[in-house]
Design a protein around this ligand. Structure first.
Ligand code: SF4
Length: 252
């Protein structure tokens, strides 16, 4: 189980993103998410309950400034500031105002850095949240499948979830969103079959995202029996996405 500091963690150096500074709007002592994915690296919701308070907008701005000052002294400028961490960032009730504050701090300290988010898309139906997401350079939005029973089984929404409404919310992002999809197989789940792929591809065409990122399991999962999709399987899905005229990147 991986938990991140709050409200700022990292920086993390990655070949794909460069130097990424994380912004975790959830508490440091556990997870808070509107999904309970069987592959979640933060563990299952029941095993990782957050009890501490959420960071305030002021605390996020102050800690981000402090960290960027400290990095500047070391001659480090982040390439990207990423909303991610112990759950779903858009659940924070002040998410829209925090986005504006983070943009202000970025413009002040590291105007070249992009701002990204890893979101599970559950709050894209809320106009205020969606507008805030659209202020970000890279709104990376999860859509693992469009099959309601697979979502119930794998992403396991907490509370009401209507995939059709989520798709409409993603469409309302007017081509700005980046769709992120987990592909895997194994005893408990397999979204590589035609039953799942065909409707998923049709919805991608409808959403018309800026790009699509597909990935597979990389680390141990809280539910056993899940397997990585092979390079060949991932490449075959990517080719079908590209055949729709969309940009697709693959992480194995
Ligand atoms: S959406 Fe992300 S944080 Fe939430 S349960 Fe799924 S993998 Fe974990």
């Amino acid at each position: 189980m991986i938990l991140y500091d709050s409200p700022i963690f990292g920086p993390v150096h990655s070949r794909r993103l460069g130097i990424s500074l994380g912004i975790n709007l959830l508490p440091a002592d556990g997870k808070w998410c509107s999904f309970d994915c069987i592959y979640c690296e933060c563990g299952l919701n029941k095993d990782s309950k957050a009890t501490a308070a959420l960071p305030t907008k002021e605390a996020v701005g102050e800690k981000l400034r402090e960290k960027l000052e400290a990095l500047k002294k070391e001659g480090i400028v982040p390439d990207v500031l990423t909303f991610a961490g112990n759950g779903e960032p858009t659940l924070h009730p002040d998410f829209p105002d925090i986005v504006k504050e983070v943009i202000r701090v970025r413009n002040e300290y590291c105007p070249s850095a992009k701002i990204s988010i890893l979101s599970n898309s559950t709050r894209v139906t809320d106009a205020k949240v969606r507008e805030a997401l659209m202020l970000l350079d890279n709104p990376i939005m999860k859509l693992d499948t469009v099959d309601a029973s697979y979502i119930e089984h794998v992403d396991r929404p907490v509370g009401q979830y209507d995939v059709r409404k989520i798709i409409e919310g993603l469409k309302a992002m007017q081509g700005q969103c980046i769709i992120q999809t987990m592909f895997m197989k194994g005893r408990d789940a397999n979204d590589l079959t035609e039953d799942y792929l065909q409707p998923y591809l049709a919805c991608l065409k409808e959403i018309n995202p800026r790009s699509v990122m597909i990935y597979t399991i990389d680390r141990a999962t809280p539910v056993e029996g899940l397997e990585k999709a092979s390079h060949e399987e991932m490449d075959a899905v990517a080719e079908r996405i590209r055949a729709l005229g969309l940009i697709c990147t693959v992480s194995y």
